[in-house]
Design a protein around this ligand. Structure first.
Ligand code: NAD
Length: 699
């Protein structure tokens, strides 16, 4: 038998074990599938064998397809998953799968082709293909509805949800959850079952049940897929496959599934989603960091500042059992911060997503102090005080003297120079930026800002800790706004130019939301608050900074006390307790007056120009950022934008999108817009121009 699959006959049971660590991926080229096929064929012809047990060696049954084989040629003569499953459907002896660990995609589909499924307590099953813009392509859309009914199958396949063993049992996916030794207890289960007569229960021979009339169900499901998954083509195709499972033969259903996956795989949406999947993995690779780079243990954390960010940051650590000391200037502010954390957890308890015990455990790990010296035993200190260099420097000087020598000192600054902050300490190699996004307990993006002297150990520890607290970390360099905010600045500036030239805020937002963003730029400004930007502009003005084309519209809003959602109005008005924007004619009048004041003749601006200009602004600045080495690679920028800025995942992030439409198209667009009246701020990024000249891409 092959090295990656073992086969032996134990009594009357053909025992097949997948042995392809670490996750028992169903590799074609390594011969896993061929090995399985050979084993089953051998047992099928062996009169001593009455049933099969298919189990994973190690912790997993199978994590699914081998992603390293994606897009690579297949070794000729090796069986594919389709070959294996087609044969399994003809076998005349019962096949029992014993599941363990994450059993995903093709691994799960393999088990669905077995006649019975047992599972260890730790098993999780899922068909997550939809997250890559495709659908389960090995019969999953045909077999799962035959096992659990059309409604549940549709829900699981369109969401890609992870189902723990007990839930899988309740749904009827799993016949029994095994507590003890999976291998031995599964053999006992089969022996017992054989004594009672264990029929060959082919899933493909069953029919699909629907709770409501099948036709109504499909109509409803189509409507939901169109509305809920706007922009994503896979869910609609999944509905089509489930329709086939209900109304056509198994064989026809498999053909329809195949046709749909082959078409989906070629779509820009699937390409984009697959790009992001690999980009997130790539982002973990940081120049100068290897597997050998030591990682420090972070067992206790302090957070300085119990405001908006500090409280959210603290929750990340409490959530994973790391004790946190939170520090603020006085008892009242401190208590308010602690109350905020408590309230946040209580609301999760009320929603049924957190148990009362977990609430108590998490809150029990939190202590507060008004003394900076309270951080003395912490392995990591995260500073989240006011965004003022003088305050940050004062804090870091003091932290340097009170924190233990091995402690990592991190700042959550969004704009300030981390090198300058590090320079006031005697341990610049221990200083790093950990740029969380608001709300910090919810947003998954974390920019890990590597300063000039930050040591590789501190970077590696931060990246590893970020994953522990379930963030998506991207390592970036120091510059004003780092990657995400520096780019968003050019995007917002372009949005302001657009309203000055003739668009209205709601038109800009509508165009960008139709493109797929979760929120247009002006709704985003209202959510973030307009007052911070106003204060920065006033400070810069007082420092004598002259901006060539200054848009005064947000200043006019702030002068009226309209700071956004928190004051009930900004670019839009908001009814108390609602986040739904209401167009305010007074704002539109302010916008129109601002154009008039500058002598700009307002013109009608089409949606495609709005989208082009905002996307090109992002792409152009992104190219500058790559050229400067602030981002390691274009795909890191895509991860940042998809995880932190609501960029539509099905467009793959701004840099991938640029390649979808063509870099030449972007450069020509920027040149065209720069020739328009008031368009003279555009300058093509030299790096972008160079790529176009050499007919290259971001890679
Ligand atoms: N709010 C955001 O969306 C956001 C996002 C990313 C990063 N940031 C950054 O996070 C930091 C904090 O922002 P925020 O929005 O939480 O501000 P905030 O005003 O809500 O909170 C700041 C807290 O720091 C406390 N503080 C001030 N001086 C202190 C000192 N000497 N010692 C201890 N505590 C002190 C204040 O009392 C206050 O509670 C800033 O650097 C900001 O740029 C903010």
């Amino acid at each position: 038998m092959s090295e990656v699959v073992s086969y032996e006959v134990r009594g009357s049971i053909g025992l097949i074990q997948i042995k392809n660590p670490p996750v028992n991926a169903l590799s074609v080229n390594k011969g896993v599938l061929q090995g399985l096929l050979d084993a089953i064929k051998s047992g099928d012809h062996d009169p001593q064998v009455n049933a099969f047990l298919l189990i994973g060696g190690g912790k997993n049954f199978s994590g699914g397809a081998d992603i390293s084989e994606f897009g690579k040629p297949k070794v000729p003569g090796m069986a594919t998953l389709a070959d294996l499953l087609a044969y399994m459907d003809t076998v005349t002896k019962p096949i029992v799968a014993a599941l363990s660990g994450p059993t995903m995609g093709g691994g799960f589909e393999l088990s669905l082709t077995c006649h019975y499924r047992l599972a260890s307590q730790e098993t999780i099953v899922a068909l997550p293909e939809v997250k890559l813009g495709i659908l389960p392509g090995a019969g999953g859309t045909q077999r799962l509805p035959r096992i659990i009914g059309a409604e549940k199958a549709l829900e699981l396949i369109t969401s890609g949800a992870f189902i723990p063993a007990q839930d899988a049992k309740s749904l009827g996916i799993v016949d029994e959850v095994i507590d003890g030794n999976l291998l031995e207890d599964s053999i006992k289960w089969i022996k017992r079952a054989l004594r009672c007569g264990l029929p060959v229960a082919r899933v493909s021979e069953r029919s699909v049940k629907t709770a409501i009339d099948a036709k109504d169900f499909i109509t409803k499901a189509t409507g939901v897929a169109e509305k809920k998954w706007r922009g994503y083509p896979a869910p609609l195709r999944i509905v089509e496959c489930i329709d086939a499972a209900i109304n056509k033969s198994f064989k026809e259903g498999i053909q329809i599934e195949r046709k749909n996956i082959e078409e989906l795989i070629l779509t820009d949406e699937s390409r984009s989603l697959r790009h992001l999947f690999f980009a997130e993995r790539q982002a973990n690779k940081v120049v100068g960091i290897s597997k050998e780079t030591p990682i420090a243990k972070i067992q206790t954390v302090s957070v300085i500042g119990a405001g908006t960010m500090g409280t959210g940051i603290a929750m990340n650590f409490l959530n994973v059992g790391i004790p946190v000391t939170i520090v603020d200037t006085n008892d009242e502010i401190l208590q308010k911060g602690i109350d905020t954390i408590n309230k946040n957890y209580l609301s999760t308890v009320a929603k049924g997503r957190l148990s009362a015990e977990d609430h108590d455990r998490r809150v029990g790990l939190l202590t507060g102090s008004t003394q900076l010296s309270a951080v003395s035993q912490s392995d990591l200190v995260v500073e989240a005080v006011f965004e003022e260099m003088a305050v940050k420097k004062m804090i870091f000087r003091e932290l340097d003297s009170v924190a233990k020598p091995s402690a990592i000192l991190a700042t959550n600054t969004s704009t300030l120079d981390v090198n300058e902050i590090a320079s006031v300490t005697r341990r610049p190699e221990q200083i790093i930026g950990l740029h969380f996004f608001s709300p910090a307990n919810v947003m998954r993006l974390l920019e890990v800002v590597r300063a000039e002297k930050t040591s590789p150990e501190v970077v590696a520890t931060s990246m590893s800790l970020a994953k522990k607290i379930k963030k998506i970390p991207v390592c970036v360099g120091v510059c004003d706004g780092f990657v995400g905010n520096r780019m968003i600045h050019t995007y917002l500036r372009e949005a302001e130019y657009l309203i000055e030239e003739g668009a209205l805020p709601e038109q800009v937002d509508h165009a960008i939301e139709s493109f797929g963003f979760a929120m247009g730029p002006f709704r985003m400004c209202d959510l973030a608050g307009l007052d911070i930007g106003w204060a920065i502009r006033k400070r810069k003005k007082s420092e004598g900074l002259v901006i060539k084309r200054y848009v005064s519209i947000p200043d006019h809003l702030c002068e009226r006390g309209w700071f956004g959602q928190k004051t009930g109005g900004g670019y839009y008005t908001y009814e108390s307790g609602s986040r739904a924007p209401i167009v305010n004619p007074e704002v539109n009048a302010i916008v129109e007056a601002a154009s008039e004041e500058k002598g700009i003749t307002r013109r009608s601006i089409e949606a495609h120009e709005i989208v082009d200009r905002l996307m090109f602004a992002l792409i152009n600045e992104g190219a500058n950022i790559i050229a400067e080495g602030v981002a390691q690679r274009a795909s890191d920028i895509d991860v940042i934008y998809a995880a932190g800025y609501g960029f539509p995942r099905y467009r793959g992030g701004p840099m991938f999108y640029a390649q979808t439409v063509g870099l030449l198209h972007v450069v020509e667009g920027i040149e065209r817009y720069s020739k328009q009246a008031y368009g003279d701020h555009w300058q093509v990024s030299p790096f972008l121009a160079q790529l176009v000249q050499k007919n290259q891409t971001f890679g």
